[in-house]
Design a binder for this molecule. Sequence first.
Ligand SMILES: [Zn+2]
Length: 212
Amino acid sequence: MDNVDIDKVIDLSSNQQDFLCWSCHQHLSQRAMFCNHCGCIQPVRDIDHFQRLGLEKKVDLDLQQLEKNHASLQRTFNAERFMIRSQQEKTYAAKHREAVQMAFDNLRDPVSRSRYWLMLNKAEAKENATQQNSAIISELHGMYEGASDTVALDRLAQRTGQEIEMGIIRLLSVLRTQDWNSANKVLSELDELETLITAVREKRQSLTPHAK
Ligand SMILES: [Zn+2]
């Protein structure tokens, strides 16, 4: 009987989401964090970040709900709750905390969330896609080359920061319409802007070595 069940699970695991509790061997869903028969914590399953945090799968997510679910899951898997549990359960709880934190960090940031969204939709840019710098990025690079004092660098950092903010708004808007090509283009522009703003800050730092 056991063998039959295990075969069935292996057979169906990819699409039927049928799993066995490691402790009592009862059937569980892939999303079950605890066994509803024996109460044991289950290993971290391969589910996406949205499922992990119990959120509706959409690119414009509800950030308040994200914070709330994250806090609640961290409480659920808090080490103190597993103090008198077995080593196996302590280990699983730690893995859950890690997975929940990773999902939260990814989804909270609109740029990494967008990149993840493209991956989920199998719409990532091809490796060899040629990217041409937009006019605005070329202009900012020009400003960077010419900036030789803190005032110019501060102005450039502010301008670059504004471009990043606008880029993120544009990114979410093209993702909503499933315009994957534009989304990949905006993402690569955002990468360029992030690299630039880091360079600007470093140059600024080098001009004021004693500033706190
Ligand atoms: Zn169980």
